[in-house]
Write a protein that binds this ligand. Structure first.
Ligand code: DGT
Ligand code: CA
Ligand code: CA
Ligand code: ZN
Length: 573
């Protein structure tokens, strides 16, 4: 069985979780998390590297010890240390940790205070009101926990978009090469660039469906064939990801692609519109009576509906059909419109590439500017910079800018918003920066009023330009903090500052719905990758996906501006 970087990364993350519950040294925990991130970001498959006899410790964040552990996982399929640590930590506690809103620290407190070792224990304790009495918890948290347990028990597993991409891209190539298949596209929520996908829906066109299906189920990564027909099949990959494949005749491809791209709500609205024009529409095509209209492509489908082609990212029945009808579809922001990236880390804090390497990578991507936003001093575990460290970095940036052609490195920092809404550095230091990105990293469990006011208080500081990852959510791991986004948007507009669309596929924060709120209110957003390595700069596309889903055009995005316009916009009265 081939071992993916992702699988190894997941093992390290599990280990880090367990070590954290066991109250291990935070730097040790961090080492495994960094290794996991490094593996996910690496363009090279470590199993292949090992097979070629490469030295893994040359990879960022992988020392000899970690290299040995990776080798063990690749060779044996498991990690002894994980099994040992798992012995010491009650098994069910890992499920508790995985619950959104809990995490290792809280799981440990609950274990110590109430002897909780499983989700069932947790649920009972919440129902009996015992959690509210544990120090640091309270009634509101207890309610949230109960909610998460009950939801967690019923919720189906969704895959983050970037995780799905890792499995989808090679599979699509494989399908396109199959005998009996002429072309294939991934449809469904994946094509609509949703932040997570329930399953993959692949639509293929070909003359011999049965042959195509036969090839499909023979794919190396298929763990289980759920169903298999002449023209369609559902399988589960080893990763647990479900894939539906349909193979249609080439003349039905447009109709099938449209149908399976969805969303269901958009499709239904389209069908209504078709009916109004005396047409019938299904996954095989468009029909007037029994006569099929051509539907090789989606354009022909929309044409028959009297509409321009609607981009998949908009197909949620959130007004796109009405807009298309009125000739008022938004002109969506594209990756090519982006002229710089205003959120990234370097080796000075918890990044894996140096200032210079990040700058070079930005030049390679054709950017005009980047902002270096390492962590501020209270983020000790993430290598937050002391006042002196940051001042030294500012000098480094001056020196670097003198040597760079066509790229301006902006002096910046991702400054922690402290509990009371003040910032983690003194004002005279903030005044030396070109941009302050202010973010909440701790105290995400405040109630909505307190959290909202805390962030607005941070915006009151005239040095603040952008609020980073405004809700703090981590997809599939931590829910959004309670914040009143409408108030934040209004406060940002009043003060002349901005909110971020954090493009990291683990965050996507603001999300599509919030993007739409900001757009409707007239607030521009910054799409920033929060890159912790050169490769993270490519996450920009995920942020663009959310922005497009939120109807953002180039003018609705701060970092489509040229440097001078950007500087003007960041200046606050
Ligand atoms: P997911 O997989 O939960 O992330 O979301 P989708 O949108 O990929 O949904 P999925 O996989 O259940 O179905 C794929 C597409 O197939 C969906 O977007 C629209 C289409 N579809 C599925 N079921 C129906 C249905 O009952 N009626 C209509 N009109 N379309 C459907
Ligand atoms: Ca799907
Ligand atoms: Ca599906
Ligand atoms: Zn952050």
């Amino acid at each position: 069985m081939p071992v993916h970087n992702r699988d190894i990364a997941q093992t390290f993350d599990q280990l880090a979780d367990l070590l954290e519950i066991a109250d291990a040294n935070p730097f040790r925990v961090r080492a495994y998390r960094n290794a996991a991130r490094s593996l996910r970001a690496s363009g090279r498959n470590v199993a292949d590297m090992l097979a070629e006899g490469c030295d893994l410790s040359e990879l960022p964040d992988i020392g000899e010890d970690l290299a040995a552990k990776i080798t063990e996982i690749v060779e044996t399929g498991h990690l002894t240390l994980l099994e040992e640590v798992a012995q010491e930590v009650p098994r069910g506690l890992a499920d508790v940790v995985a619950l959104p809103g809990i995490g290792p620290k809280r799981a440990r407190s609950l274990h110590e205070a109430l002897g909780i070792t499983s989700l069932d224990d947790l649920q009972r304790a919440a129902e009996d009101g015992r959690i509210a009495r544990v120090k640091g918890f309270g009634a509101k948290t207890q309610r949230r926990i109960l909610d998460a347990v009950t939801r967690g028990k019923t919720r189906e597993r969704r895959f983050r978009l970037d995780v799905a991409e890792d499995y989808a891209a090679p599979l699509l190539e494989y399908i396109r090469d199959l005998e009996g298949v002429e072309k294939a596209e991934i449809a469904g929520s994946y094509r609509r660039r949703k932040d997570t996908v329930g399953d993959l829906d692949i639509v293929a066109a070909g003359s011999d469906g049965a042959k195509g299906i036969e090839g499909f189920i023979a794919y190396d990564e298929v763990a289980r064939v759920v169903s298999r027909g002449e023209t369609r099949s559902t399988v589960i990959l080893r990763s647990g990801l479900q894939v539906d494949l349909r193979i249609v005749a080439p003349e039905s491809f447009g109709a099938a692609l449209h149908y399976f791209t969805g969303s269901k709500a958009h499709s239904i609205a389209c069908r209504h519109r078709a009916n109004g024009k005396g047409l019938k529409m299904n996954e095989y095509g468009l029909f007037r009576g029994d006569k099929r209209q051509t539907a090789n492509s989606e354009t022909e489908i929309y044409d028959a509906l009297g509409l321009p082609w609607i981009a998949p990212v908009l197909r949620e029945d959130r007004g796109e059909i009405e807009a298309a009808d009125a000739g008022a579809l938004p002109d969506l922001v594209r990756l090519e419109d982006i002229r710089g990236d205003l959120h990234m880390h370097t080796t000075a804090s918890d990044g894996r590439n140096s200032l210079r390497e990040m700058a070079q990578a930005a030049q390679e991507r054709g950017y005009e500017y980047i902002a270096i936003t390492d962590h501020s001093r209270s983020q000790t575990v993430a290598g937050g910079l002391s006042v002196e460290d940051l001042e030294a970095q500012l000098d480094d940036i001056d020196a670097l800018n003198n040597t760079l052609e066509g790229l301006c490195v902006l002096k910046s920092s991702e400054v922690d918003i402290l509990k009371d809404g003040t910032l983690d550095y003194p004002d005279d230091l903030l005044a030396k920066l070109d941009l302050v990105v202010a973010s909440v990293h701790a105290g995400l469990d405040l109630d909505e009023d307190a959290q909202t006011e805390r962030i607005i208080r941070a915006m009151d500081n005239p040095h603040v330009g952008i609020i980073g990852h405004p809700t703090g959510r981590l997809i599939n791991a931590r829910p959004a903090a309670a914040v009143d986004l409408e108030r934040l948007i209004e406060a940002a507009l009043e003060r002349g500052c901005f909110l971020e669309v954090n493009a990291s596929p683990q965050r996507l924060d603001l999300d599509d719905v919030a993007c739409r709120l900001a757009r409707d209110a007239g607030l521009a957003l910054s799409i920033g990758t929060d890159a912790h390595a050169v490769s993270g700069l490519d996450d920009m596309r995920f942020g663009i996906g959310q922005a497009q889903r939120g109807w953002l055009g180039p003018d609705d995005v701060l970092n489509t501006r040229g440097l001078n316009d950007l500087r003007d916009l960041l200046k606050r009265a």
